[in-house]
Write a protein that binds this ligand. Sequence first.
Ligand SMILES: Cc1cc2nc3c(=O)[nH]c(=O)nc-3n(C[C@H](O)[C@H](O)[C@H](O)COP(=O)(O)OP(=O)(O)OC[C@H]3O[C@@H](n4cnc5c(N)ncnc54)[C@H](O)[C@@H]3O)c2cc1C
Length: 319
Amino acid sequence: MPGRVVVAGGGIAGVACARALVAAGVQVEVRDRGRVVGGRMASRWIDGRIVDSGASYLTASSPEFQAVVEDWALRGVARAWTTRFHAYDPAGGLTEAPPGPVRYSSARGIRSLVADLVARGGVRVRQQSPVTTVAPGPTVDGERADFVVLAMPDPQAIRHLGPGFAAAREAVAGRAYAPTLALLAGWPRRSWPTIDGVFVNDDPTLGWVCDDGRRRGDDAPVLVAHSTPAFAAGRLTDPGAAAAELTAAVRRVLGIADEPAWTYVQRWSFAKPVAARDEPFWLSDDGLGLAGDGWGRSKVETAWRSGDGLGRAIAARLA
Ligand SMILES: Cc1cc2nc3c(=O)[nH]c(=O)nc-3n(C[C@H](O)[C@H](O)[C@H](O)COP(=O)(O)OP(=O)(O)OC[C@H]3O[C@@H](n4cnc5c(N)ncnc54)[C@H](O)[C@@H]3O)c2cc1C
């Protein structure tokens, strides 16, 4: 099948889109501005070990994504982590929450799931290749393509859309994303109650804490905590300066007496869209596609479905 598609964004949405196109025989290149694929499904080496610093886990409710996750699980790429989380509130302390769906993680870090889609799908990715301008044609940074896809948060996508894309600009303009600071912290030993993850309620600083050692399956004494959007909002220019406050909040919630051996704070300026959308992606007659977790209800599965659906729709137009 002829056709050349450029996908900007190597998160799970962009990679799923490219994978669907490759499967249909379409020539496609993913350009990502980062050093590695994964986007917000991020894993980082710290203290000789991988720590998940973005998405905490994934769930699968649609048959299409369940098939992807089952394939990962069968090959040992993903692992069924837990159905049980805790909740914390200042009055009641730590209590077990009712069981929920299976949450999946990965022993090699959640980013490895996206890397696996790239490798198994035969997807070509150009790293450290930021897309600057998408113009009618469509062209991407002056080069003609049959379709151009922006698979990234709406506030990032709009930066690259020229005035010739009035309708698409209108679709993404003003879409708010909540920020988060992620504290990654390692202790010399475990000294907290046995938990997988804790939803922290009514706290000005923290929204969520999880045990990265239990999540990854190596039992390393490492916790990852996500701040509330309000806490992050005023601290995005110097995230490292928030480490002490975030650490104190984690120690308070889990009753940890010891100081951590190390901490690191990761900034997510566009962690999650504030509002959901009904449409699964954008595809217009002028050759522009938009996908990502902003199209639906923000989570990993939504982003995958958005990208996969867009890829299939473009392939159908090129057939
Ligand atoms: C702290 C945090 C916790 C989360 N927890 C969960 C969870 O527990 N469960 C869950 O299901 N979801 C969770 N999410 C949401 C989940 O991570 C996202 O829904 C999903 O990863 C979004 O994928 P995406 O491909 O749409 O976007 P992204 O992952 O953001 O990918 C966008 C990509 O575009 C690239 N890019 C940006 N600009 C350009 C450019 N100009 N040129 C080229 N490339 C560019 C970026 O480098 C990035 O790789 C969480 C997110 C965060 C931040």
